[in-house]
Ligand binder design. Structure first.
Ligand SMILES: Nc1nc2c(ncn2[C@@H]2O[C@H](COP(=O)(O)OP(=O)(O)OP(=O)(O)O)[C@@H](O)[C@H]2O)c(=O)[nH]1
Ligand SMILES: [Mg+2]
Length: 381
């Protein structure tokens, strides 16, 4: 990679020169003050893929260490390749199960667990059918008649910012009005953080003809709830937070008021973000609502968290329309959607040359815990 040095009077001028000489996709590697203004180290984007180093500047000891690291890396890659071909030869069906799940966005932990449980003798299409059935059986779905709107009670919608809590609440309220009548449904605006949050809810309350109440904090909510006791369904709209925010955990205090939490998760998010939401908002929740399915090309990661956390799925949403885009969950549909997502050709899909790397990591895992419950060691057995 060739690094160019640009000196300019100021950053704006320097960046303009970087772009004009290296192109729009130039990458700035470092900036530092310079007697004439600013010094910018930059490289053309296309050159990033070929890292090199200036050996003349490196001490001999560090060169030897670098060389050893390079040889170690080469050896690991070779072993990964062997492990991959050996695994494929020994247990092609289990490897194919891992591939299907990884491609669909499921995580390694669940993928290994499922692959290890593939009954002996099942191969090819039969193994894939088995996988589909296992996934369908393990998506925890709230049974007909026990869904929150039907059973009634107090529910708070919790989850990350923008996951669709308020819109989903309006959809649930519309469904409840149909079932119990407008007089039996109450909405509570408990989002005291976002400007306009209560106004957003008021629009829906007026459209549906249901009562809207405000509760700024837990104490106010505790005082309000007994006054709403005659209602069949009380829906509390809470503020969204980043899952890592301490206030996310605080939503669990709603349980002490007898308000059950429904976690609203946008199905198209990264697996790690979905998992964080499950951990921080979803512990002990009454159920989950999988939102924005229409925006999720690969809902596998969301199904993964749902299956591992065993949080009953009460509803799914698949669009912005109130109330049309709220549905009861259908495990068959969700699993088929997730598996189809694995067939999408995207730059994020693993290609054949990526698989040996996965196998290499797996092989190392099984070596380091030979007697442990490693899926790879079981595949090989
Ligand atoms: N495509 C799509 N958009 C949705 C869905 N549900 C909600 N939205 C949109 O997502 C955006 C955010 O929705 P809100 O309901 O305000 O989300 P929220 O979780 O209440 O947001 P905060 O209160 O700010 O945390 C809005 O533009 C909604 O119309 C859905 O199922 N699909
Ligand atoms: Mg909201």
């Amino acid at each position: 990679m060739s690094v160019r040095v640009f000196v300019a009077a100021n950053a704006r001028e320097g960046l303009a020169r970087v772009r004009s000489e290296l192109g729009d996709a130039a990458v700035v590697l470092a900036t530092r003050p310079h007697p004439q203004g600013v010094e910018i180290l930059a490289s053309a984007y296309a050159e990033l893929a070929s890292p090199g180093r200036n050996e003349a500047l490196e001490p001999a000891g560090s060169r030897i260490l670098n060389e050893l690291a390079r040889l170690r890396g080469m050896l690991q890659n070779q072993l990964a390749g062997f492990a991959w071909s050996a695994g494929r030869r020994r247990d092609p069906a289990r490897v194919a199960i891992l591939q299907t799940l990884f491609a669909a966005g499921f995580g390694g932990s669940l993928a290994r667990t499922l692959a290890a449980r593939l009954p002996r003798g099942l191969e090819g299409e039969a193994a894939q059918r088995w996988l589909r059935q296992v996934l369908i059986r393990n998506v925890p779905v709230v049974g007909m008649g026990t869904e929150p709107v039907a059973t009634g009670g107090s529910f708070a919608l919790v989850g990350s910012t923008g996951s669709g809590k308020t819109t989903t609440l309006a959809k649930l309220a519309a469904r409840a009005v149909e079932l119990h009548g407008a007089g039996k449904v109450a909405l509570v605006a408990a989002d005291a953080y976002r400007i306009g949050a209560e106004a957003q809810l008021r629009v829906y309350a007026e459209l549906l003809g249901v009562g809207l109440h405000a509760a700024r904090d837990t104490e106010a909510l505790a005082r309000l709830l007994p006054k709403l006791a005659t209602h069949r369904l009380i829906l509390v709209d809470t503020a969204g937070f980043a899952p890592a925010d301490a206030r996310a955990l605080a939503t669990q205090q709603l349980d002490t008021l007898g308000v059950r939490r429904l976690l609203v998760v946008a199905a198209g998010q990264q697996g790690a973000a979905i998992e964080q939401a499950f951990v921080r908002f979803g512990q002990g929740a009454a159920g989950c609502i999988l939102g924005k399915l229409d925006e999720a090309p690969q809902p596998g990661a969301a199904l993964d968290s749902l299956i591992r956390h065993r949080l009953p799925l009460a509803y799914v949403t698949s669009g912005q329309r109130v109330p049309e885009d709220l549905h009861r969950p259908n495990a068959v549909y969700l699993v088929d959607r997730a598996l189809r997502g694995g067939q999408l050709a995207t730059p994020f899909a693993l290609s054949p040359e990526d698989w040996p790397l996965v196998a290499g990591v797996e092989a190392e895992r099984s070596l380091s815990s030979e007697s442990g419950p490693s899926a790879t060691s079981r595949h090989a057995g």
